[in-house]
Design a protein around this ligand. Structure first.
Ligand SMILES: *Cc1c(COP(=O)(O)O)cnc(C)c1O
Length: 442
């Protein structure tokens, strides 16, 4: 509850007592509310900036939908081959407009972000080519796709080699290293915008643009692909605005706005998108097939909501960063840094901290709030992992969610929040749980 200049509470019709009572019923103590309230007051200016970003990106999406004359007929379900699916074709034009690219592939047949990246890679690389990652180790699930960890059907099995240039100590691109790593065989450069589960900083769109310009100055024909997961609508520009030939992401993250129940997108040059579509479906058929199965309206509506949903998630991330920083924990990004994705890491330094935080997020969920998350030995991880998610869409990480491996430095990775009030409650609940368990004292 903000204060007016005259000292009165500004609650737009809800009294302070009603709020206190409601939060009490939701299990939030007066101490937690007061502590959080002080921090929120300081964030008012920052939140205004985020609302401005949402406004700008909302207009960008609306402009594209209006230009492409989106109409009710585009929401019809199609089945079978899906020939002449107007809704699907128009949605792809809308995505191409939003990202300022020649073409787009946006499909429910793309099952997740990893799949979208796989289609982009396999569709555009040929035996003898080399893939060069210039932002260090790619996202874990891509290791088997590329063949960094041997796997059946990997790029490596098709004779496509892989090289990597790590980011420098300060998180910037190693331009000299990149220059040395590029050979005649380098066919594609991969850049991952978000930090994923690493501790490096997330790359800004402008940093990505500089790296692409550098690569193109050496060899203009190298395809530059950006893994844009978690980055969409956080900034006014996207990687596709600064030279990326392909920009790739998941619809159960930012651009699906929480409504898309599945899907992925690839936007970029005509040639790259056609190659990707020939891999997703078949050579020759490409984008001509692929029925929307009644999911298309959720893709449109999700994209429409995405800018404000991303703003809610960003507010949650910034609130959490400032709250836990104030309590003495290391947070990445820190409370003041500009944002380039929606992920927030908090280092608790103890298993109890990670577990209590996740319990709080779970308890604040609209779905499965009565469930208590526990650490477990998830396949593919070298320690127990705890996950909190009470999502409408399974595994959706644009919805409020948190996870943490139970190993030093005992960091929790937290993201999402379809609405700011929900993100706020999740963070208050996490703090309440930490306070109740004596991990922090207010
Ligand atoms: C989530 C993510 C992926 C993979 O997406 P999935 O939908 O989980 O397959 C790839 N790269 C980054 C940076 C991500 O955050």
């Amino acid at each position: 509850m903000e204060k007016r200049e005259n000292g009165q509470e500004r609650t737009e019709g809800v009294s302070r007592e009603a709020f206190l009572e409601m939060y009490r019923e939701m299990g939030i103590s007066r101490e937690v509310l007061d502590f959080a309230g002080g921090i929120l007051e300081e964030l008012a200016g920052r939140f205004q900036d985020i609302d401005k970003m949402a406004e700008y990106n909302q207009l960008k999406v609306l402009r594209a939908m209006q230009r492409r004359r989106v109409s009710e007929a585009h929401f019809a379900a199609t089945s079978g081959y899906g020939y002449n699916d107007m809704g699907r074709d128009t949605l792809e034009e809308v995505y191409a407009d939003v990202f300022h690219t020649e073409a787009a592939l946006v499909r429910p047949q793309i099952t997740c972000g990893t799949h979208a990246l796989t289609v982009a890679l396999h569709g555009n690389l040929r035996p003898g080519d080399e893939l060069l990652s210039i932002s260090g180790k790619p996202y874990d699930t891509l290791e088997e796709v590329i063949g960094i960890r041997p796997s059946s059907g990997s790029l490596a099995e098709y004779g496509i080699t892989y090289r990597q240039v790590d980011l420098k100590e300060d998180g910037s691109f190693d331009l000299e290293g990149i220059r040395q790593a590029i050979s005649e065989r380098t066919a594609m450069v991969e850049i991952q915008r978000s930090k994923g589960y690493q501790t490096r900083p997330t790359l800004s769109v402008s940093q990505i643009g500089e790296a692409i310009a550098f690569v193109k100055s050496i060899r203009p024909d190298i395809i530059c692909m950006v893994d844009n997961c978690y980055g969409e609508f956080v900034e006014p520009l996207e990687p596709s605005d600064v030279g990326a030939d392909m920009t790739v992401g998941s619809l159960i993250k930012n651009p699906g706005g929480g409504l898309a129940p599945i899907g992925g997108y690839i936007v970029g040059t005509k040639k790259c998108i056609q190659n990707a579509s020939f891999r997703l479906t078949c050579p020759g058929l490409g984008q001509e097939v692929g029925a929307n199965l009644g999911l298309i309206q959720s893709f449109y509506q999700g994209l429409f909501l995405a800018p404000t949903v991303v703003a809610s998630a960003l507010k949650g991330a910034i609130f959490a960063a400032n709250l836990y920083e104030r309590l003495g924990f290391a947070v990445v990004p820190n409370g003041q840094e500009p944002r380039h994705d929606i992920i927030q890491a908090v280092e608790f330094g103890s298993p109890e901290g990670v577990i209590a935080f996740c319990k709080g997020i779970q308890a604040a969920s609209p779905v499965d709030s009565h469930v208590t998350p526990e650490p477990w030995a998830m396949p593919g991880y070298d320690s127990d992992v705890i996950m909190a998610a009470g999502a409408f869409v399974q595994g959706s990480s644009i919805e409020l969610s948190a996870d943490g491996p139970i190993k030093p430095p005992y960091a929790v990775y937290f993201q999402g929040g379809l609405t700011w009030p929900h993100a706020k409650l999740g963070i208050l609940k996490s703090l309440q749980q930490l306070a109740d368990e004596g991990v922090v004292s207010l």
